[in-house]
Design a protein around this ligand. Structure first.
Ligand SMILES: [Zn+2]
Ligand SMILES: [Zn+2]
Length: 324
């Protein structure tokens, strides 16, 4: 499914299978998760997308062709292809082990073609071997919602009382990791969304309420997955002195001005961008130990536009996954 023009529906186009170049693999896609970032790409909210583009950056599939120079992966191996699709390896950020901030990156489904397709090409160094446990559909949301969730959770620090604003694909995974780490999760949804609040409690949240409510206790940290800038001052108000608010989205509406006292007393406000390969290795290695169960809603690939519309409207719990 291809986005030919920003702010228009994706179109089904028949193309020959692409051939992998040097250092690349071709993956026969078996499942691809749908992420909020795909909506930002379609809506033209991110700078300089490749157009036309095949979106999708939570790809699970099996390698069916290998370019020259790839030694670590084999034909038939199941791999995951995440958002970070390529880095230059030699910019100041890559050298400092901050490849998530690389000066010359390529992002799957944004500046290189992604997985809303039957086949995808990937830089072999950025594909994660997934092993054989877990179904393709269950694993797909781990490739972005899980990975970005993991990175944002690490940046939120060690505090035991954790707020999650926006209880979608990422938060439903992070709630499970946080519980496994012995943290108490406080889930904030759109005001009145009692179904999502019940879903959050079913995953172990000790409290769930609307984002316009204050939690019953002060939080050590809060992570904002929703794309609503108005949540930033609310989250700052909910965290204790020295607490941390992490903005985990790639795009957010403007943050309203707020009184300095909300930030005062060493509260921190930070963002999380992209992922490193080490994040993937660390997180995917822990998934079987934690026993993460992802809640998914599957759509045939041809219904990608429907999946995106349902995501926009918050019509399902957990994550949407496209099946070619
Ligand atoms: Zn770099
Ligand atoms: Zn994503």
């Amino acid at each position: 499914m291809i986005l030919k023009k920003l702010k228009t529906p994706l179109e089904w186009v028949e193309l020959p299978d692409p051939e992998p170049g040097v250092g690349e693999i071709r993956v026969k896609v078996s499942a691809c998760g749908v992420c909020r970032t795909d909506l930002h790409v379609v809506d033209g909210e991110l700078p300089n997308p490749m157009i036309p583009i095949i979106p999708g950056h939570e790809i699970v599939g099996r390698i069916d062709a290998i370019g020259t120079g790839v030694e670590a992966l084999k034909i038939g191996e199941r791999v995951g292809i995440p958002w970070l699709g390529h880095t230059d390896g030699d910019c100041p950020y890559c050298i400092r082990h901050q490849e998530n901030l690389c000066d010359h990156p390529l992002f799957t489904g944004y500046t290189r073609n992604g997985g809303f397709a039957t086949a995808a090409i990937a830089d072999a160094r950025f594909a994660f071997p997934l092993g054989e446990s877990g179904s393709d559909v269950e694993l797909a949301p781990l490739l972005c919602a899980g990975l970005i969730g993991w990175r944002s959770l690490a940046i939120a620090g060690e505090g035991k009382k954790l707020g999650l604003y926006g209880f979608g694909a990422a938060a439903h995974i992070v709630a499970q990791i946080a519980k496994w780490q012995g943290k108490s999760v406080f889930a904030f949804t759109r005001p009145g969304d009692v179904a999502k609040q019940a879903f959050a409690r079913s995953l172990g949240a000790v409290w769930a309420g609307g984002s316009d409510e204050m939690p019953p206790e002060q939080l050590d940290a809060a992570i904002i997955y929703a794309t609503v800038g108005d949540l930033v001052p609310l989250a700052l108000k909910a965290v204790r002195k020295g607490g941390c608010v992490v903005c985990a989205g790639i795009h957010m509406s403007d943050i309203p001005s707020f009184a300095y006292e909300l930030l005062w007393e060493e509260r921190q406000l930070v963002s999380v961008a992209n992922l490193t390969r080490q994040d993937g290795i660390d997180f995917l290695g822990l998934v079987p130990k934690i026993g993460i169960v992802t809640k998914t809603t599957s759509y045939p690939l041809r219904k990608a536009n429907e999946a995106l519309a349902d995501l926009r409207a918050g019509r399902f719990e957990g994550a949407a996954v496209l099946i070619p």
